[in-house]
Design a protein around this ligand. Sequence first.
Ligand code: CTP
Ligand code: MG
Length: 173
Amino acid sequence: MTSLDIPELALVALVGISGSGKSTFARRHFASTQVLSSDAFRAMVADDENDQSASAEAFDVLHYVAGKRLRAGRLTVVDATNLQPHARAGLVRVAREHDVLPVAIVLDVPEVLAWERTEERADRTFGRPVLARMSRDLRRTYGQLAREGFRKVHVLRGVAEIDAAEVRYEKLF
Ligand code: CTP
Ligand code: MG
């Protein structure tokens, strides 16, 4: 078992390519109300969870809600790919504005597995090149997370490690 130590109050960014299992992981380890998913916010503002052109507006609202939660002292998990530096910077900023520690949990599964899973899904229609680009972004992400301000970076490599992970809360005081 891998224990993922997370401060009791944190902004947790899940990081991983599509099909890596972020939403599944979030469902397993966190209450649904703790999880803010980019899909849900795209649907909220554009009636379509896959409408990438709605991302800016969707993240605007997601950040707003995250801020409200953090101000109230509530652990918040962001279920989005978080593969772009500017996406992560937005989360670090919200966390800092509320004196909360930003934490990253990276789910790294083989691209071929993520693709198999994605092909099975009716709600995902992008092509393989999109997933390949996400993989490249993920590789670049490794060198960047700590210096972007994430106070803890947990990396889970492969399905077995992801399945064996448990979240352990650290007392703040
Ligand atoms: N899945 C699985 N076994 C796992 C984890 C996920 O079979 N251990 C399946 C899920 O049931 C889902 C697909 O793989 O059909 C993708 O998992 P999901 O958690 O939705 O992946 P995400 O990373 O959230 O993908 P996206 O970025 O596209 O939302
Ligand atoms: Mg998901």
